[in-house]
Design a protein around this ligand. Structure first.
Ligand SMILES: NC(=O)c1ccc[n+]([C@@H]2O[C@H](COP(=O)([O-])OP(=O)(O)OC[C@H]3O[C@@H](n4cnc5c(N)ncnc54)[C@H](OP(=O)(O)O)[C@@H]3O)[C@@H](O)[C@H]2O)c1
Length: 230
């Protein structure tokens, strides 16, 4: 049994990951503003806003892995984006991750062999209109991932997942009609958008010993969107 911390365990991909890891027999700590609606003896949930100045929950035991899932989808033409949009996207995607990592680094180091997973977006690899703010913030996250993978090797592996459109609350406005769902599926070479469960499975793989020779990578779990033209 390994011990993992999922930041953002109450919803979307993070919630699917909490269920995935519990199902594999691991112990899971979850940190999010709302408590996940999961009752399990190996789940310890904390209510906490990672952007607030309050201290992050204390975890005394060694952590085999940490996943930072909070993020944003703020799609607007560049001329409508304000400085505060860029600042907010940097806050939740980058600064929140930095704060969490700095806080729990001692617990990851204690494990001796740990794995960190963060989230980027397909819009970093592939230029998409109206994505300037979130793509800039996630591009910074990708830089953080590679830098920390180098700095923490060989003790801690650090990887990212760059999903395309995935069916979660965050993407709700992009998938709230049959027409939008159909068009979203059609845009992808694999002819569907992603599910929280399959992105969570990718994260679980990166956390596990099966991913033990992978570090500094961004996994493009995007239905082929960033690399194929079919
Ligand atoms: N879904 C997509 O289409 C898509 C596409 C590309 C990239 N991504 C990236 O994938 C990651 C996961 O996305 P998702 O769709 O699963 O997002 P989501 O449905 O919005 O879930 C985000 C999780 O983070 C928590 N959270 C948000 N702000 C927080 C805060 N300030 N403090 C503590 N917890 C906070 C939320 O819980 P509470 O509200 O309870 O705090 C929730 O549990 C994100 O980084 C996102 O940018 C998603």
């Amino acid at each position: 049994m390994s011990v993992y911390l999922v930041v953002g365990g109450s919803g979307g991909i993070g919630n699917a990951l909490v269920k995935n890891l519990l199902g594999k027999g691991h112990k899971v700590y979850s940190v999010s503003r709302n408590i996940p609606e999961i009752a399990h003896p190996e789940l310890i949930s904390f209510s906490c806003d990672v952007l607030s100045p309050d201290p992050l929950p204390e975890i005394k035991e060694p952590l085999n892995g940490l996943v930072y899932a909070p993020g944003s989808v703020n799609l607007r033409p560049f001329t409508s984006l304000k400085q505060t949009d860029f600042q907010n996207d940097m806050s939740i995607n980058l600064y929140g991750a930095v704060r969490v990592l700095q806080n729990y680094l001692p617990a990851l180091k204690k494990a001796g062999d740990a794995s960190v997973v963060m989230f980027s977006t397909v819009a970093v690899q592939l230029g998409l209109p109206y994505h300037a703010s979130v793509a800039a913030a996630k591009g910074a996250v990708e830089g953080l991932i590679r830098s920390l993978a180098a700095e923490f090797a060989p003790a801690i592996r650090v990887n990212g997942i760059a999903p395309s459109l995935t069916d979660t609350q965050l993407a709700g406005k992009l998938l709230n009609t049959d027409e939008k769902r159909k068009m979203a599926a059609e845009r992808h070479p694999l002819k569907r958008y992603g599910s929280a469960d399959e992105i969570a499975e990718t994260a679980a793989f990166l956390l596990s010993p099966a991913g033990s020779w992978i570090t500094g990578q961004i996994i493009h779990a995007d239905g082929g969107l960033s690399s194929l033209k079919v």
